[in-house]
Design a protein around this ligand. Structure first.
Ligand code: PA5
Length: 443
């Protein structure tokens, strides 16, 4: 089994004994449960603890939804959305939506925005097709998915009646608390539990990610197996020299301490765009607090070389980048010879597109390093469930270690509350009368 390779040769950082000791201590804290946020460490040993019974239960419910619906609407936001979206995009043919025949139900997402037009268009687009829904909220009280679910639940009940709605709606939430749990119990929806000790952004390998992915036909067993590969490689007993997650955490913190505050995650495979979105949420919510933290940004290449590329090469020198490099493509496409060669491209004739892509990647790395942008590389063998599972756990483990190196609690998100308070006050939510007066006076 090929494993993720981490390469910091162009980062400008030499890993010292002191850094290794700090990272080993941070990793040990994740395992001993003695660090900040220790209520939320369930993800550390999650991959290896997923048992046959749990996988079978997820696959059975997925099979039922697959049998009933052409479209399954997945409702959730943040960690209750991005993991499934990231893996789904990575595993899906780029042109699936225009194919005439689909082997799997289409997964659509809702509740990750409050756009009226998006909501209208989603309901309109699904009007002629059979639908089901998976509603996901750990707290069970998040406003955005709750609004979307109210509308989609009403639509399902209108079309199929209440009894059948309970066959077409699955809830994934806390085992005991929250409005969604109360509602699911009352309506008799099949329910999966998000473990208490797994926070939203670390929940992709719970039913939060696994159920929608199983519905979409993704091999969730291979995904979990990939995560298990990294759970053992990045474990407490692995020396830092052999632990890619610890090395990544060390190097990004060393660069941050040298004054570079923005990390750009890039990839030359457009399918990995949402892996970068998931990564941004994981690192942004975990590290951006107490006036500290690397700002996580992302680019898709080579497209963004023709937009952000100018800034990365020559703008303010506060950036560093991490590239997810994919060693081999799934398909083969070669550049053909053209007898007229009017476009001057015959020097590429016979080459695979992936060879050209790789030379772009290498050329960009050298250009960016020359331009003062330190580079790290995370190489996966190819894009499949196993390697994506590896990548997810690699980034999770590195994030936990990195948060501790930074000196923050990587498992809370107190800053997310500020906007909610203001929004509720502006919407006159009962209980917010005082805040409402104050905020309206400021408009
Ligand atoms: O990582 C997190 O905890 C958050 O991003 C949550 O996943 C997000 O706010 C959604 O929360 P919930 O699942 O409670 O609706």
């Amino acid at each position: 089994m090929e494993l993720i390779k981490f390469d910091a040769a162009h980062s400008g950082v030499t890993i010292t004994e002191q850094m290794k000791a700090e990272a080993a201590a941070a990793n040990a804290l994740l395992h001993s449960g003695k660090g900040a946020g220790n209520d939320f460490l369930g993800w550390v040993s999650l991959p290896s603890s997923i048992d046959e019974q749990e996988l079978t239960a997820i696959e059975n419910v997925a099979a039922k939804l697959r049998g009933k619906a052409e479209i399954v609407i997945c409702i959730g936001i943040g960690g209750s959305y991005l993991g499934a979206k990231a893996v789904l995009e990575a595993m899906t043919d780029s042109f699936e939506s225009i194919k005439k025949h689909h082997d799997n139900p289409t997964i659509l997402f809702a509740g990750e925005n409050i756009s009226e037009d998006y909501t209208y268009e989603l309901l309109a687009a699904t009007a002629e097709r059979s639908i089901a829904a998976i509603v996901i909220s750990k707290s069970g009280t998040t406003t955005e998915p709750a609004i979307a679910f109210r509308l989609i639940k009403a639509e399902i009940e209108k079309r199929y009646g209440k009894a059948e709605a309970a066959e077409r709606i699955v809830a994934i939430t806390d085992k005991a608390r929250g409005a969604l749990k109360t509602l699911a119990d009352k309506e008799g929806y099949p329910t999966f539990v998000i473990p208490d000790n797994v926070g939203g952004r670390y929940s992709v390998l719970t039913p939060v990610g696994l159920l929608p992915l199983a519905v979409a036909g993704v091999d969730i067993r291979a995904l979990v197996a990939g995560a298990c590969d990294m759970e053992s490689l990045c474990g407490e007993k692995t020396p830092v020299e052999e632990n890619p997650a610890a090395q990544y955490a060390i190097v990004r913190n060393a660069i941050y301490r040298s004054g570079k505050k923005i990390e750009i995650l890039g990839s030359y495979e457009p399918k990995l765009l949402y892996v970068a979105e998931w990564w941004k949420q994981l690192y942004g919510e975990s590290e951006g607090k107490e006036g500290k933290g690397i700002f996580p940004a992302s680019v898709t290449l080579t497209a963004d070389l023709h937009s952000m590329g100018q800034y990365i090469q020559e703008g303010e020198r506060t950036l560093f980048e991490t590239i997810i490099s994919v060693a081999e493509s799934k398909h083969t496409v070669r550049v053909e010879t053209d007898s007229e060669n009017l476009d001057g491209l015959n020097f590429l004739a016979g080459k695979r597109i992936s060879e050209i892509n790789k030379m772009a990647e290498l050329g960009v790395r050298i250009a960016h390093v020359d331009g003062g942008v330190p580079n790290m590389r995370v190489e996966i063998a190819r894009i499949d469930e196993r390697t994506i599972g590896q990548l997810l756990y690699f980034f999770e483990k590195a994030c936990g270690i990195s948060g501790y190196l930074l000196g923050v609690n990587p498992f809370n998100q107190p800053g997310v509350e500020a906007y909610k308070k203001n929004m509720f006050a502006l919407l006159d939510k009962p209980g917010y009368e005082e805040e409402s007066k104050k905020i309206k006076a400021r408009l």
